[in-house]
Design a protein around this ligand. Sequence first.
Ligand code: CDP
Length: 238
Amino acid sequence: MDTSDIIHDGVSIKIYSADEPDKVVISFTDDITAFYKIKKAVINGKGVWCNNISSMISRALQKEGVPTYFVRQLNDTQQLCYKVNVFQLEVIVRNVIAGSLSQRLGLAEGTVPAEPIIDLCYKNSSLGDPLINEYHAIALGLLRKEELERIKDLTVKINEILVPIFKSIGITLVDFKIEFGRMPDGSIVMADDITPDSARFWDIETGERLDKDRFRNDSGRVGYAYQTVYERLKTLNL
Ligand code: CDP
């Protein structure tokens, strides 16, 4: 891939223009960062594991009727996706309390809320991606009200599809972050990769963390965590 064609030079993914003008190539790297890039490392194999995990999840969602920007996996580290206008909005689903919400609400990590929680964050790293509510999202002009309703419906559906998939491979889907975009025809699609970089996965039997928290918390064996999620998902032939 010609690096002069780069559209987005991120840490864990780089986006390149594709031969077809309506598509992009997403390339997964072995780089990992945390705490707004203060902490950095390279985890050999992470790009391959994340591309495969993300591709398997996208295929599973599409099979159940969830529109996503994913077109197909190209090779070990790259996937072809539709070019979409991504909303400046992060949607976080929480099935179990962990991370920042545990501190904010003073609840122990591992607490199961009565219902899954959906948080909205304004995607603006200079402001620290602040938590916002639905009124803020509309008032800021991030998207239209009917688009927000559609995103909420799709988010609930995505969670309902993914929780049992992960349960079947011995993993609790604790939380995950997703983004959405608008296709040229105006339809809304999920426009994100779901991987251990952006989700929390806990082993059901042992409680072991199989995600980026191992890197955040210096628990070691970060690669092992990503590889475990990949290998267990692979058994499902998604
Ligand atoms: O990770 P932290 O505790 O700071 O934030 P959180 O709000 O508890 O994160 C919830 C989930 O969304 C975790 O799985 C994060 O990895 C993910 N997330 C993300 O991928 N990107 C963000 N900008 C924020 C959260």
